[in-house]
Every structure is written in structure tokens, then in C-alpha cells.
Design a protein around this ligand. Structure first.
Ligand SMILES: [Zn+2]
Length: 113
């Protein structure tokens, strides 16, 4: 997807600081952080959002969650805890149409924070 920001980051067309990476996913800092730690964990493969996931995406999702847990450890929120969340579509505030997992931590989050 040539016009997709996250695909362009994945391919290296747009240089970005990756705080963690594995074969199938990478993690970056959110440019508008809503918590002291706010990362986006992004699969390298283009999937618009969770509604497009299929059983064959299991390995990719495993890689996304594994990388999120690794990033939580390196960001120092492993013991305090953190939130992992997928927004799905416009009403959830999804602004980039490429699946990404938010990792939020570093402060008490509350049920919706
Ligand atoms: Zn994409």
C-alpha cells in the first residue's frame, strides 16, 4: 500500500525510530502520547483493521503481542501494568487505517483512560 503511512514506515520509505522490532511487527512512539508510555505496535503486513483479520493471521498477531510485551518490559511498565488496545474504525478514534495495537502505561489509566 503505497499511500499507507505505516506500510511506508515498515518498508523504510519513511524513516522512523523503531523502539522494538521482530520479523512481523515493529513498535514506535505515538506522536500524540496520551500516557507517559504510549507505543504503537504495528504489523508489517497491511491489514486495515481488526474487522479484516482471518485465522491465517495468527502468527502475525502472535508477533504483535510478543513485541508489545517485550516493549512493555524495555519501557519499564512490566510490573506496574499497562493497557493493550486495538481501536476499530472511526468511532473508536482510529485515524490510520492500518491495524495497530496501542500500548499505554506509566500512569493509572482507569477503565477507559
Ligand atoms: Zn498499511
Amino acid at each position: 500500500m503505497d499511500d499507507c503511512l505505516f506500510c511506508r514506515m515498515a518498508s523504510g520509505a519513511i524513516p522512523v525510530e523503531k523502539v522494538a522490532e521482530n520479523e512481523l511487527a515493529f513498535a514506535i512512539r505515538d506522536i500524540h502520547p496520551r500516557a507517559p508510555v504510549h507505543l504503537l505496535v504495528i504489523p508489517k503486513q497491511h491489514i486495515a483493521d481488526a474487522r479484516d483479520l482471518a485465522p491465517a493471521d495468527g502468527d502475525m498477531l502472535g508477533a504483535v503481542f510478543t513485541l508489545a510485551v517485550e516493549a512493555g518490559r524495555t519501557e519499564g511498565v512490566q510490573h506496574s501494568g499497562y493497557r493493550l488496545a486495538f481501536n476499530v474504525g472511526e468511532a473508536a478514534g482510529m485515524t490510520i487505517s492500518h491495524l495497530h495495537l496501542h500500548l499505554l502505561g506509566g500512569r493509572p489509566l482507569g477503565p477507559e483512560g
